[in-house]
Design a protein around this ligand. Structure first.
Ligand SMILES: C[S@@+](CC[C@H](N)C(=O)[O-])C[C@H]1O[C@@H](n2cnc3c(N)ncnc32)[C@H](O)[C@@H]1O
Length: 234
């Protein structure tokens, strides 16, 4: 299990410092023609500002009832409309093709295997309008960071320990409360391979949310892909 329900209790504190991504996804949403969909919407941390900025509803898919309950409460407090659906993103199916599908805060890394991600990418292609965009971000694995953090206890943002399983390209984040969340990192070539098998076009790869160029020193992949306007898709 990649996402422990008990993680939801501390998610607001856990994600408090992650604010840099919001304007990036809001800008994409403002430019999108067609329905807006967030995969792994969580508490609505990004979906609520997207709905506020665009004045349009956002469909939010998440498998966690505890996270969706928080999203529902927060959306009601903010007075915005989210269409929240409890579902696995691997089974994404929309009534109407989307103009933008996005997946912030490295949430695609909760999928353990390459075939899991392939399913998501293929579902994304099938769920986008021609020309519609798919955007996501994920960290780039750095062995120096792993060596520094592996097994050590950290106080911020919530007391926790990271454990790296390099052979399985997995990090387990274990909160002091016992709640665990696992992430399976992927290389740039794996991401590009996913675009290839899903017949999506790479529009841009940035090294940060300010649209900095991606370089060998970048530690975050910030991807924008597009369903081709013409041509074959699955
Ligand atoms: C790090 S949170 C991201 C939440 C939100 N997108 C944000 O940026 O704050 C990861 C979310 O992924 C969800 N998740 C994990 N695996 C999933 C899956 N297979 N399908 C749908 N949601 C999933 C978890 O329930 C959790 O809410």
């Amino acid at each position: 299990m990649s996402w422990d329900e008990a993680f939801a209790d501390l998610y607001e504190e856990w994600s408090a410092d992650m604010t840099a991504d919001v304007a990036f996804y809001v800008d994409l949403a403002c430019a999108a023609d067609g329905p807006l969909v967030e995969l792994a919407v969580g508490t609505g941390r990004v979906a609520i500002p997207v709905a506020q900025a665009t004045g349009r509803p956002v469909t939010g898919i998440d498998s966690s009832p505890a996270m969706l309950a928080q999203a529902r409460a927060r959306a009601a407090r903010a007075g915005v409309k989210l269409d929240l659906r409890q579902a696995d993103m691997r089974d994404l199916a929309l009534g109407e093709p989307a103009g933008l599908i996005y997946c912030p805060f490295r949430a695609l890394l909760h999928l353990p295997t390459w075939p899991d991600r392939r399913r998501v990418f293929e579902r994304v292609t099938a769920s986008l309008r021609p020309g519609g965009r798919f955007a996501w971000n994920a960290f780039a694995f750095d062995h120096r960071i792993a060596a520094r953090l592996d097994g050590g206890h950290q106080q911020e943002p919530v007391p926790h320990t990271n454990r790296y399983s390099v052979g399985d390209n997995r990090i387990d984040i274990i909160l002091d409360s016992g709640a665990k969340s696992s992430l399976w990192w992927a290389t740039k070539n794996e991401w590009l391979g996913l675009l290839d098998v899903a017949s999506l076009e790479l529009e841009a790869l940035y090294g940060g949310f300010g649209r900095e160029p991606f370089t060998g020193e970048s530690r975050e992949y910030v991807f924008i892909a597009r369903r081709p306007v013409t041509g074959n898709t699955h």
